[in-house]
Design a protein around this ligand. Structure first.
Ligand code: ADP
Ligand code: ADP
Length: 239
């Protein structure tokens, strides 16, 4: 599992919005950490900077063995191939069955045109089945994405990320569109994966309750600045 290091990272978007200001932090391998902040505080930008979707305008972003803000092209794609991403909106293909939605994760390290040519191996199939099993939706394998509930869709998205055999898992508001019981069970899946596989997990949340229940360390952002980094129980001022 990968460590994540941000050293004095700032992000200014082309339109002039300064979304992160001088953020420094370190996530140890195998940690599960919540990032908390109001809408617009920079949580998504932080996640997207760590997986190289957004470029740091200042500072250094080190993810596992990679200084991600200096990579491009194939090396960036290879690094991203080892980073599982989960989003609020699931990003599944609605007309495609669950098996193939998850199989896409196996090809995450390939250029898009290779994904049209490469056939899955038996090993790829085995990993897909194992990933589905680990989030308890093996029985939905042949259901179409569009036929699933929100909670099932998010589990498919987690399985897709797991099928990458990731070294780091990033989740951007993964439970924001789920009802509370479903949100709890999806958070429970993430925590279990963190514990069982020792996988580093960073999760953006807007609810302090969930952060408290599922993680022991919290990072608080406000207006792009890091305003808290520590154990949950001291964090009452962070929001
Ligand atoms: P959060 O995830 O906490 O809601 P974001 O990282 O999405 O925060 O946004 C932080 C700030 O950056 C906000 O002011 C938002 O409007 C702005 N922002 C986000 N994405 C972009 C973008 N692509 N271009 C310009 N501004 C952006
Ligand atoms: P979030 O849930 O993180 O607050 P938003 O709804 O603010 O997300 O943003 C959704 C998308 O719009 C993101 O891809 C973000 O990059 C983009 N975005 C957000 N704010 C701006 C902005 N001010 N200018 C351009 N794009 C933006």
């Amino acid at each position: 599992s990968w460590q994540v290091d941000l050293d004095a990272v700032s992000v200014t978007y082309p339109n002039g919005t300064r979304a992160l200001s001088d953020v420094s932090l370190r996530i140890e391998p195998g940690e599960m950490v919540s990032i908390i902040g109001l809408s617009g505080s920079g949580k998504s930008t932080l996640i997207r900077t760590i997986n190289g979707l957004v470029e740091a305008t200042e500072g250094k972003v080190t993810v596992g063995p990679h200084q991600i803000n200096t990579l491009s092209g194939r090396t960036l794609r290879d690094a991203r191939g080892q980073i599982g991403m989960i989003f609020q909106g699931f990003n599944l293909a609605e007309r495609t069955d669950v098996f193939h939605n998850v199989l896409v994760g196996r090809f995450a390290h390939l250029p898009w045109w290779r994904t049209l040519l490469d056939l899955p191996t038996q090993h790829d199939r085995d990993i897909v089945l194992r990933s589905l099993d680990s989030v308890g939706i093996l029985d939905k394998m042949w259901a179409r994405g569009g036929a699933l509930s929100g909670g099932q869709k998010q589990r498919v998205a987690i399985a897709r990320a797991l099928s990458q055999e990731p070294s780091l898992m990033l989740a951007d508001e993964p439970v924001a569109s789920l009802d509370p019981p479903t949100a709890h069970s999806v958070m429970g899946d993430l925590l279990r994966i963190n514990k069982e596989q020792g996988l580093t997990v960073l999760v953006n949340l807007h609810l302090m309750d969930l952060a408290k229940q599922y993680t022991t360390r919290l990072i608080g952002l406000r207006n792009g600045q890091l305003v808290y980094d520590g154990p949950i129980h001291d964090a009452t001022d962070a929001h």
